[in-house]
Design a protein around this ligand. Structure first.
Ligand code: IPE
Ligand code: IPE
Ligand code: MG
Length: 253
């Protein structure tokens, strides 16, 4: 591995990394190409980063691939993205299996065209027994959609007498989110120089460390991931406490 990878403290890896893969369109336009050309090359980065996370031993990687709002893009781009998705899944499943990677999806699957939905379901089943990296694709996902859905289902369960509203706490809400089986992300990376969350994991990112880079997603490679992790490891995560308290906690009593 490279020298940057050597600088990573393997005992303090972020357990869950979430990435907003942004900048495909601009990357392509800067090269005088169609936006879809950028999405196509973005797949290379996905492959590279998934491999990088698996090699390091990261437990969970969530990739924001398509937001609920992205349905409003020009039809040609949406169609192109959907066929790219299906084609990629078809090609990648054997590689996921070879590397013991389990695929998960979060998002409003009812919005997907039938052929994409079926392909995805098959891929989920085919990788379900893998025990290595959990690769979570956020597809047709938005945090507000997820939260509204959770509230609706909690309401129905209260009505059905399954839960007592007095007993609702953070754990209850957590169980109704699409991410109920995953720990919260500890590191969130956004590529391409935008400093916003764009409706991604609003609740789950409460205490995530945020890392922004100007690198466009199709140029993002393992080395860039290592830089982000090294930066993460240099930060003091205080969770509301004071730095002094954290120092005291570190000392043996
Ligand atoms: C991210 O790249 C991929 C998706 C949202 C599907 P963009 O397509 O948003 O690229 P830019 O931000 O327009 O450059
Ligand atoms: C966020 O990127 C969604 C994904 C990367 C899938 P966008 O490009 O859609 O976000 P905005 O519109 O710049 O906020
Ligand atoms: Mg964008």
């Amino acid at each position: 591995m490279s020298s940057l990878a050597d600088q990573i403290d393997k005992s303090r890896l972020p357990q869950h990394i979430a990435i907003i893969m942004d900048g495909n369109g601009r990357w392509a336009e800067e090269k005088g190409q169609e936006r879809l050309y950028g999405h196509f090359h973005g797949v290379e980065s996905v492959r590279n980063i998934v491999e990088g996370c698996a090699e390091l031993g990261v437990g969970y990687l969530t990739l924001y691939a398509f937001s609920t709002e992205n349905w409003d893009r020009p039809q040609q781009e949406v169609d192109g993205l959907m066929s790219l998705l299906v084609e990629t899944i078809r090609k990648e499943v054997p590689i996921l299996n070879k590397n013991n990677i389990r695929l998960h999806v979060i998002g409003d699957m009812s919005m997907l065209p039938g052929y994409a939905y079926n392909e995805l379901q098959e891929a989920l089943e085919m990788t379900a027994k893998n025990t290595g990296l959990n690769l979570i694709m956020a597809l047709s996902y938005s945090s507000r959609w997820e939260l509204v859905n959770a509230v609706k289902t909690i309401g129905l369960d209260v009505q059905a007498g399954k839960i007592n509203p007095e007993m609702i706490d953070q754990h209850t809400l957590q169980r109704y989110l699409t991410t109920s089986n995953f720990p919260d992300p500890e590191l969130m990376i956004r590529t391409s120089g935008e400093y916003r969350i764009s409706n991604f994991l609003l609740y789950q990112l409460a205490y995530a460390e945020l890392y922004f880079t100007n690198t466009r997603w199709p140029d993002f490679r393992k080395e860039n991931l290592y830089e982000a992790i090294i930066d993460f490891q240099g930060r003091e995560r205080r969770f509301g406490k004071t730095g002094q308290q954290l120092q005291n906690e570190k000392q043996p009593v």
